[in-house]
Design a protein around this ligand. Structure first.
Ligand code: HEM
Length: 439
């Protein structure tokens, strides 16, 4: 297909589909897919990207065999100013070098330690939850913020943790900012100020972390060496720590809130998972987490329906062809994880919530290699995918064992798209403590 043959919709003058997407971030792409098929162009945030929905195209984009695509140029408009030097802002050989140096922080031994600490801390964090109604987004955000500060930075409770959490929260809001100019009072201005404080905080602590190894992610990056003995510079340690923290926090918060929403109006699924989680025992160790089969189906179904990163952006470096479509140099494009994961050719009743589709008997997710890619694939595949699954399982384990979840009668979900899919109203979640099972 030639570039000028790609079906295109312009939407409103100047704004294109930006407003329609903000109002209905799932309905709009689905409608465009239904209308135009697996490849189309639309107009959003002052760009006219080509959207690819077919798993074949996702596979080609993730593999990028001829190195025709830039991930850095794709993500630059989102992260460029706030997260310079993060892994998604690096391409090819430079990216490989940095990613290679980071892998020790995600090794099996490191994971073992993170799980032990999560399992100690989550019940303590949930003790702040009283029965009644809570804003689920704020409540889960607090859990993931505190957990990330503890696991990533090695900071324990106290005012320092609160200040750090606030700084990171401002940074995440800046990444999601719709107004790109750093005017006074804007979230981007607050994010840049928060970034400066976080950079100063980390810089001050690097000499000590270089001198004394510590198990947290920041400490691991300070100690990391490649085969030639090369270490990260101070600026690189800081940039990677900030990037990892941001990549981890918002995606897991979004997934937890959407899991709570789906579970809250399905008491039967809550009971099924509770039974499985009770069998796993109080002390959730890494070795036993793989046995939480039904919990894993449920998490996968949530990540399928509401992928925290709905599409991954790239930009062509030179004229090239992706899945039979000819693209000129410097074309913005998106591999739509959302559309592939709801593609009617690969999933039965693709918009229904049905965790059992992931069971061994049905294994719908194995119909195509790239139809289910919530963590991406290829050179930039999520570095924290395993960590994220462990964290989601651990938090759900403690929440479901301690509380019954429900929603106010007649509750109607409306989603917002940024930073990742989540309910517009923060989700009014009702929690009822289960007698004898306080966290
Ligand atoms: C449910 C949670 C998560 C989801 C759905 C998710 C999804 C993704 C996706 C789709 C990508 C690929 C982006 C691309 O190809 O352009 C990615 C990359 C990345 N993720 Fe995650 N992520 C999650 C949690 C985490 C966590 C917990 C961490 C860190 C502990 C993390 C760290 C990263 C990093 C560093 C990259 C960039 C890798 C590279 O460029 O080599 N993510 N993630």
């Amino acid at each position: 297909m030639r570039f000028d043959e790609i079906p295109a919709e312009r939407g409103l003058p100047l704004l294109g589909h930006t407003v329609a997407w903000l109002q209905d971030p799932i309905g709009l792409p689905l409608a465009l897919h239904r209308a135009h098929g697996d490849v189309f162009r639309h107009h959003i945030f002052f760009e006219r990207p080509v959207i690819f929905a077919h798993p074949d195209a996702l596979g080609a984009i993730f593999a990028d065999e001829g190195q025709h695509l830039s991930t850095a140029a794709g993500w630059e408009p989102f992260f460029g100013r706030l997260m310079p030097g993060g892994l998604l802002l690096r391409d090819h050989a430079d990216h490989r070098l940095h990613r290679g140096l980071m892998t020790a922080a995600f090794s099996g031994a490191a994971m073992e330690g993170y799980v032990r600490r999560m399992n100690e801390r989550v019940p303590a964090l949930l003790r702040a939850w009283r029965g009644g109604q809570l804003g689920a987004t704020a409540a889960f955000r607090q859990v993931t913020l505190d957990l990330s500060s503890i696991l990533f930075l090695g900071v324990e409770v106290g005012p320092q943790l609160t200040a750090l959490s606030r700084g990171f929260e401002a940074l995440v809001q800046g990444v999601a900012a719709l107004v790109p100019w750093a005017l006074p009072g804007t979230s981007i201005r607050r994010a840049l100020e928060a970034r400066a404080r976080l950079v100063a905080y980390l810089r001050e602590r690097i000499p000590q972390r270089r001198a004394e190894p510590s198990p947290d992610l920041f400490g691991q990056l300070c100690q990391a060496r490649d085969e030639q003995g090369r270490a990260f510079s101070d600026d690189e340690v800081i940039n990677h720590t900030l990037f990892l923290w941001t990549a981890a926090h918002d995606t897991t918060t979004g997934a937890l809130v959407m899991a709570a929403y789906e579970l809250a109006h399905r008491p039967r699924w809550q009971d099924r998972l509770r039974a499985e989680l009770h069998q796993a025992g109080d002390d959730l160790v890494l070795a036993r987490m793989g046995q939480l089969r039904e919990t894993e189906w449920l998490i996968h179904e949530v990540l399928r329906l509401y992928p925290p990163i709905g599409s991954v952006p790239r930009r062509t470096l030179r004229p090239c062809e992706i899945a039979g479509v000819k693209l000129p140099a410097s074309t913005p494009l998106r591999a739509s994880i959302l559309l592939a994961q709801r593609h009617p050719a690969f999933w039965s009743n693709p918009h229904d919530f049905d965790p059992e589709r992931f069971s061994e008997e049905r294994a719908e997710h194995r119909r195509h290699r790239h139809q289910f890619r919530p963590f991406g694939h290829g050179a930039h595949v999520c570095l924290g995918g395993r960590f994220a699954m462990l964290q989601l399982k651990c938090v759900l384990h403690h929440v479901l064992r301690s509380f019954r979840l429900s929603l106010p009668p007649g509750y109607a979900l409306r989603l917002r798209p940024t930073p990742s899919f989540r309910p517009r109203d923060g989700l009014p979640l009702r929690i009822e403590p289960i007698a004898g099972s306080t966290p």
